[in-house]
Design a protein around this ligand. Structure first.
Ligand code: ADP
Ligand code: MG
Length: 269
């Protein structure tokens, strides 16, 4: 669905993304992991049109989308959550959802004046859709809550909900679990899986929580120093020596190995 070819993003002399190539298969929940500073968010930013790449190519279903604006990509069904994460704090959760779809008839004064009936019909449809989304996410009880009062995790759910108000095809989630408690993280995980299975969403998910990645994602892509280091099913990836080394550094990896060996010997003796 998404193909990234030899992508570079330099900030001055610094190569944040340094020749990354990868594919996100249609219908997959692809995990993207790697140590801090690996270039994961920058890669997302380039794919989602926030940054122009220094060089390289991004295609979506064969179409070249390199350098398109976030707005253009939005209309192609490519969404990155942080873009729409800015909730309107004084509006209710339901109103936040109703703000998402573009191209409503009520947007111009002319239409407001002459097409009252149509606008009212559209609003009724939006309201119905918002309530369906809230039901899907199991947060109907929050619909009249001001968005500013939500917890961090609930805001992440709202973000996910906003992708459901439009025809999303592929959604990029950057650190969806950061600062989210375990229960809510499970709710978010369930919503992602259901959106994937029931609505055909493709996901690419950056997350540090390995349980979450292991439960949801296949394949998992590992980035380090701006490059793709490894790719595979989660079980394989988590045992991959190069991956462990990227996270821990060589010295620490050897120490962990030595400790594990001592522990085994101790138990055996
Ligand atoms: N706008 C920017 N200007 C300069 N350097 C940046 C910018 N954005 C990211 N970087 C640098 O690029 C590297 C990769 O960052 P990032 O993509 O956020 O990594 P990750 O998301 O994997 O933690 C970091 O060293 C970061 O400081
Ligand atoms: Mg990041």
């Amino acid at each position: 669905m998404i193909r990234v070819e030899n992508l570079h993003k330099h900030f001055g002399g610094f190569h944040a993304v340094d020749g990354a190539s990868l594919e996100i298969a249609k219908g997959s929940i692809t995990g993207l992991i790697g140590p801090n500073g690996a270039g994961k968010s920058t890669l997302f930013n380039v794919i989602a049109g926030v940054h122009k790449p220094t060089s390289g190519r991004v295609t979506m279903a064969g179409e070249d989308i390199t350098g398109l604006s976030p707005h253009e990509l939005f209309h192609k069904g490519l969404l990155r959550t942080f873009q729409i994460a800015h909730e309107f704090p004084t509006m209710t959760v339901r109103e936040n959802l109703m703000m998402v779809p573009g191209g409503q008839s009520g947007e111009t004064l002319w239409n407001a004046w002459f097409h009252r009936a149509r606008i009212e019909k559209e609003e009724a449809e939006l309201l119905k859709k918002a309530d369906e989304v809230l039901d899907f996410l199991t947060i109907s009880h929050l619909k009249n809550e001001r968005a500013g009062n939500l917890s961090g995790g609930q805001k992440k759910l709202l973000e996910l909900g906003r992708t459901m108000m439009v025809e999303a095809r592929i959604v990029f989630l950057d650190e969806v679990g950061a600062g989210v408690n375990r229960t809510l993280l499970n709710t978010i995980g369930d919503a992602i899986v259901r959106l994937n299975r029931e609505r055909g969403y493709t996901f690419c998910v950056i997350e540090h929580d390995m349980d979450f990645i292991g439960r949801l994602c296949d394949p998992v892509i590992v980035m380090a120093e701006g490059k793709v280091l490894a790719e595979g099913p989660p079980a394989t990836i988590m045992q991959n020596e190069a991956v462990i080394e990227a996270y821990l550094g060589r010295g620490l990896k050897n120490k962990v190995k030595a400790e594990a060996a001592t522990l085994r010997n101790g138990v055996a003796g």
